[in-house]
Design a protein around this ligand. Sequence first.
Ligand code: G1P
Length: 293
Amino acid sequence: MTPIRKAIFPVAGLGTRFLPATKAMPKEMLTVVDRPLIQHVVDEAREAGIEHFIFVTGRNKGVIEDHFDRQVELELTLSERGKRSELEALARDLPGPGATSFTRQQSPLGLGHAVWCARDLVGDEPFALLLPDVLVQSRKSCLAQMMDAYRDLREPANMIAVEEVPAERTPMYGVVGIGKAEGKAFSITQMVEKPPKGTAPSNLIITGRYILQPQIFGLLEKQEEGAGGEIQLTDAMIRLAERTPFYGFRFEGTTFDCGSKIGFLSANVAYALARDDIAPAFRDELKRLLGER
Ligand code: G1P
């Protein structure tokens, strides 16, 4: 099967829920502990073997491009001061030369439109898509788990990460209907974007990690507006599922919806508690704060 080499990261969103923090800074650069959200998601993709990183940006997102480039002045200063480990860490985080591409979504027409904007950069091969609002904390990266399951399939297919949520939360997400199990994956019978209360086909939501066949681009080109007046990726995926096998994958890990303040703050706590260098002191500080309330 054609290997998955490229990943798309849609980073054009305005981040209105985090104003004023996002007035002059992209929401994808908000930090969880000491790494920007987008870096966490790129780390996940790299762990899964992705070689090329495609960012669909918008106006005021130039900092993301700078973040994935060398910062020569900083490197010189660090080197003069003998800060070897910091220098090495910066080098480790950097995708190799030519391994990043940037294109712009000129108008905020929806996730489907953002993905379509990357069609020429992806070309005619299957690709991964990672939404940087969603962080998944897990032993093996969520996308790497999906890649393993994908490689076990017998034919080219599409696969999306899904997870269970309480019924009252389903109207905020894409929701799938569950069919026959195939290894760790199961076939998808239905997909609905932001189903009205009480109409969702299950409690399993689309989490923000996708492996898609390139036929999605042709479908997105003709896709009409869906939920919220936006060009929805889910609507194009429904049509893709009519012609190519489509699987849901229940991954192991904890999800943080960093598009919401509570999800973002929880991610900071969880990621700090997972760090050996921070956790002991941070745990004491949390106890102190919680004890005072
Ligand atoms: C998007 C997708 C939705 C998915 C969600 C995950 O929605 O359209 O299917 O469940 O991401 O976070 P958005 O968060 O852009 O409204």
